[in-house]
Design a protein around this ligand. Structure first.
Ligand SMILES: [Zn+2]
Length: 154
């Protein structure tokens, strides 16, 4: 009577838990996001030891572990180094409705690529090597989506 559990097939059901949380972006990214939000400017930082320029800025140089404390304003233009067309919507992963394009943009004056949206263009017309410029939101909140997307340069 008390041993009925030994013959039970225990099932496992899948589920999801939404966990709201907050985290600090640190002083380096805070400066980057505040400049973007308050002044509509995209800043990078440069490592004084090896000269590498990072956007988004880094607290530590990924090449020589130096401290990139030299700040440089970028012109907001760049080149698409790679891209992918997203054709399905997944609200937990993507902040936009499909179809949309994710691109790696090497901004002029920077040595790293920024992952962001490529917009104002049909996905089929996006190309590696395409020249683009940042389009900022009118109402900015201090995060990477203050850049709406990069669009082709006219
Ligand atoms: Zn360095």
């Amino acid at each position: 009577m008390g041993d009925w559990k030994k013959d039970v097939q225990v099932l496992v059901h899948e589920g999801k838990i939404s966990v709201p949380y907050s985290w600090t972006v640190g002083s380096t990214l805070s400066r980057f996001y505040c400049e973007l939000r308050d002044n509509g400017k995209i800043w990078a930082n440069r490592c004084p030891s090896c000269g590498a320029v990072f956007v988004p800025p880094k607290a530590k140089c990924i090449h020589c572990y130096g401290e990139p404390h030299d700040w440089v304003e970028l012109p907001g233009t760049g080149t698409v180094e790679s891209y992918t067309v997203v054709r399905y919507s997944e609200p937990a992963l993507h902040p936009r409705q499909a179809p949309f394009v994710y691109g790696l943009v090497r901004m002029d004056g920077a040595d790293t690529c920024l992952l962001h949206f490529i917009g104002d263009v049909e996905p089929e017309k996006v190309k590696v090597g395409m020249r683009v410029e940042a389009v900022l939101e009118d109402e900015r909140e201090g995060n990477i989506l203050d850049i709406r997307h990069f669009r082709p340069l006219a």
